[in-house]
Design a protein around this ligand. Structure first.
Ligand SMILES: [Zn+2]
Ligand SMILES: [Zn+2]
Length: 184
């Protein structure tokens, strides 16, 4: 056992001892909850940043013995600051991620040859990467501050949520013939 690993176990409530669930047999389960601090997350160019007082992501996960391993199921939620894809205004986005992951008793690979999550030799699982991924999966590629956001006018650039488009305004209203426009 490496000293780093001991330290991690003492510090993180996301590292869970599942040995009691394994020993109790198929169907046995335990529930854990805690608070995760995901930090800044990004999808390509899009940044989802924590903000004052909202950096924490409470989580709750049930771990059950399903024979070949333990199934971890639960939720993690937080709020992040990001920019609306239509109007480009910053806003706060609530994010709720679903945890649904099988940790195998024996090292196992998927069809691509990638290693699947495994219970370590001492009977621990680490939820931290799973919680982080659950939040990441819940992030939208086109965040909208409101589903009905009207965005920016591609002609005059005004924020159509707050102002009317000026593209059709025509000549300066102080022009001597400006009044004629209303007659046409
Ligand atoms: Zn918007
Ligand atoms: Zn316009």
């Amino acid at each position: 056992m490496s000293p780093r690993r001991i330290q991690k176990r003492e510090v993180s409530d996301m590292v869970i001892n599942v040995r009691p669930v394994i020993e109790a047999g198929v169907g046995a389960s335990l529930t854990r909850e805690g608070v995760f601090v995901p930090g800044e997350m990004s999808l390509g160019e899009l940044v989802f940043a924590p903000f004052e007082g909202h950096a924490e992501a409470p989580w709750k996960v049930e771990v059950s013995n399903v024979g070949e391993g333990v199934h971890a199921r639960g939720r993690v939620r937080t709020e992040v600051r990001t920019v609306c894809a239509r109007c480009l205004e910053e806003f706060v986005l609530p994010v709720q991620g679903e945890v649904d992951e099988l940790f195998y008793k024996e090292p196992t690979v998927d069809e691509q040859g990638d290693e699947l999550p495994v219970i370590d030799v001492e009977g621990f699982i680490d939820l931290e990467p799973i919680l982080y991924e659950a939040l990441l999966m819940a992030l939208p590629f086109k965040p909208l501050h409101d589903e009905n956001c009207r965005g920016l006018c591609s002609g005059c650039g005004v924020n159509l949520n707050r102002e009317d488009c000026r593209c059709e305004e025509g000549p300066d209203p102080s022009h001597p013939f400006a009044g004629l426009r209303d007659l046409l």
